[in-house]
Design a binder for this molecule. Structure first.
Ligand SMILES: CC(C)(COP(=O)(O)OP(=O)(O)OC[C@H]1O[C@@H](n2cnc3c(N)ncnc32)[C@H](O)[C@@H]1OP(=O)(O)O)[C@@H](O)C(=O)NCCC(=O)NCCS
Length: 150
């Protein structure tokens, strides 16, 4: 059975995270190196990675807002070959534990309205759609703003 571990990202992980993100999203939506670095290093941001047999196969970036009461899931990516194994669920549970310990009460995220897998996943995890953000992405696609109380 595969051995999994969740830990905070370190600088040496950056290229792997960039590669996973670029493989997960279409051009124009995936982050380039500067964007990924920007989001990982913003005030209040933390990146956690999931290793399977010592190799990173998924990661999640979240951010706690300045008030300390709310947060955002910036991105959550699982390698295509490692999906439907519960890894996104494990990462989200881990992020929620950290957010709860910080006293965060609500958190949100944006997801492409055509991304059925992610929308199903987040609904199954207790998120509800709050509104539609028109032309949110660089490629013109709309996003749903989804929210969850902790
Ligand atoms: C969305 C994503 C993060 C889900 O990761 P995952 O590790 O496969 O998710 P899990 O295995 O934890 O899935 C938990 C549940 O979510 C739902 N779900 C996940 N993927 C789904 C899919 N493709 N279709 C329908 N439901 C899905 C199911 O209810 C699933 O439970 P089940 O496998 O017992 O049926 C992954 O597909 C991904 O990385 N996609 C590309 C990047 C992306 O879109 N990220 C989110 C945008 S912010």
């Amino acid at each position: 059975m595969a051995k999994t571990l969740i830990r905070h990202a370190v600088t040496a992980d950056f290229d792997t995270l960039l590669e996973i993100d670029q493989a997960s999203f279409a051009g124009g939506v995936a982050y380039d190196a500067a964007e990924l670095s920007y989001f990982m290093n913003r005030n209040g941001a933390e990146t956690i990675v999931l290793e399977e047999d010592s190799e990173i196969v998924a990661f999640l970036i979240f951010e706690v807002h300045r008030t300390g009461r709310s947060g955002t899931i910036v991105t959550l990516d699982v390698r295509q070959t490692h999906r439907r194994k519960g890894y996104a669920t494990q990462l989200l549970n881990h992020a929620e534990d950290i957010l709860s310990r910080y006293g965060v009460e609500t958190y949100d995220l944006q997801v492409d309205t055509s991304n059925r897998a992610a929308i199903n996943f987040y609904k199954q995890r207790g998120f509800r759609t709050v509104r539609t953000l028109r032309h949110y992405y660089a490629n013109g696609n709309d996003a749903f703003l989804m929210m969850k109380e902790l």
